[in-house]
Design a protein around this ligand. Structure first.
Ligand SMILES: C[S@@+](CC[C@H](N)C(=O)[O-])C[C@H]1O[C@@H](n2cnc3c(N)ncnc32)[C@H](O)[C@@H]1O
Ligand code: SF4
Length: 355
């Protein structure tokens, strides 16, 4: 039985914690409470409400990374007109405040500036994920977004040109854009993240990418390359990969540079620990308004936002049709999937990291 002093000490610690972490908790606490009751305690469902919308604005791309599954997805979705795309944003906004623009390569869309302007007018908190090659042609969009993520697996120009299967000089241009626009983001107090995909071919290049991030004060984010949407578990037997993982975890612990994720999340991502996936936390929307249920790798579309504008209703119907989210023991270790596990099961670990 807890002594009264101990209860009061714990209560004081809790209220101090809540006070300190109010910005993070305020945004997501209601949803966390719902998940705790319905998903963890009552176990009524594993379909959680979306926290953010991941909008794949196109499947087209100006690069051809050898591991990419988004450029030629299994279920192709056609882009709709600019007006219809803006309408999609208006349908999404009352349901979620956070928008993640990705693709394919978002900047190959001729109307990308109209899309980000509309997102700004709708007061979305927008994250743009790009390969960075065309940023110098679309500088304007930087004023519409809250956070920028650029992909970079190697600073070795020849090697990254080969990963992206692009003409010599492409990586040089990407690096110049990263430095120039990354500085702009940093100087305007907005996060600039480098997303590094780890693959056997580039495993030894990641150290330099980390050093590049440290030098420029960018956030380093990483995950391993999935093959056909599946985690390549054999990487765990690969000595250079093991060394790299140790280096990343150690750099995180010693705060050598800013690394995305809590130390425990990184362990899950890089050491492929089993996790429970809650893919509806990040609603995945394809260019034509299709919403995936339960997730893209399972290749099932739950509904289309132009026909059913509510995520909740799309997921309700999809759950009736396809059943609840399967327990797949986490076979695709992507960042958002691991975050969904932490969001439901290790919320306080996330809360500490993202305060
Ligand atoms: C599909 S791309 C879309 C945005 C943009 N074209 C880019 O490359 O940044 C989004 C992210 O997914 C990563 N990605 C692509 N294929 C992957 C795979 N097989 N496994 C892990 N990450 C992958 C890319 O490196 C990129 O950082
Ligand atoms: S740049 Fe992005 S979308 Fe294009 S091939 Fe590479 S990972 Fe895929």
């Amino acid at each position: 039985m807890l002594k009264p002093q101990s209860i009061s000490r714990r209560f004081r610690a809790f209220t101090t914690y809540v006070r300190r972490n109010r910005p993070f908790l305020g945004k997501v606490f209601k949803q966390y409470a719902w998940n705790t009751v319905h998903v963890r305690l009552v176990k009524r469902t594993r379909v959680v409400e979306p926290l953010s919308a991941i909008f794949y604005v196109t499947h087209r791309c100006n690069l051809a990374c050898h591991y990419c599954t988004q450029k030629y997805p299994d279920i192709l979705s056609q882009e709709v007109s600019t007006e219809k795309t803006l309408e999609l944003l208006r349908l999404i906004r009352p349901q979620v405040g956070s928008l993640y623009l990705t693709g394919g390569e978002p900047l190959v869309r001729a109307d990308i500036e109209e899309i980000t302007r509309e997102a700004r007018e709708l007061r979305f908190s927008t994250i743009l994920h790009t390969n960075g090659k065309l940023l110098d042609r679309h500088e304007k969009i930087l004023d519409d977004i809250q956070s920028l993520v650029i992909s970079l697996d190697s600073v070795n120009e020849g090697r990254f040109d080969s990963v992206t299967q692009s003409a010599p000089g492409t990586t040089r241009r990407i690096l110049d854009n990263i430095v120039r626009y990354g500085r702009y983001m940093r100087d305007t107090s907005r996060p600039m993240t480098i997303n590094c995909v780890i693959d056997q071919r580039t495993v030894n290049d990641v150290y330099q990418v980390m050093e590049f991030c440290r030098e420029h004060d960018f956030i380093f984010s990483c995950c391993s390359a999935l093959k056909n949407d599946l985690t390549q578990y054999q990487l765990l037997e690969h000595a250079p990969y093991q060394r790299l993982v140790e280096h990343i975890l150690d750099s995180k612990r010693k705060k050598h540079l800013k690394i995305n994720g809590s130390p425990e999340e990184l362990e899950y991502i890089l050491r492929f620990k089993d996790f429970d996936c809650y893919p509806t936390l990040f609603a995945r929307i394809y260019p034509n308004g299709d919403v995936y249920y339960p997730c893209v790798p399972l290749k099932t579309v739950g509904g289309n936002l132009f026909e059913t504008s509510s995520f909740k209703e799309i997921y309700r119907r999809a759950r009736e049709k396809y059943g609840d989210i399967p327990h797949c023991q986490g076979r695709c270790h992507l960042y958002s999937n691991i975050t969904s596990h932490f969001y439901v099961h290790k919320f306080w670990n996330l809360a500490r990291e993202y305060k």
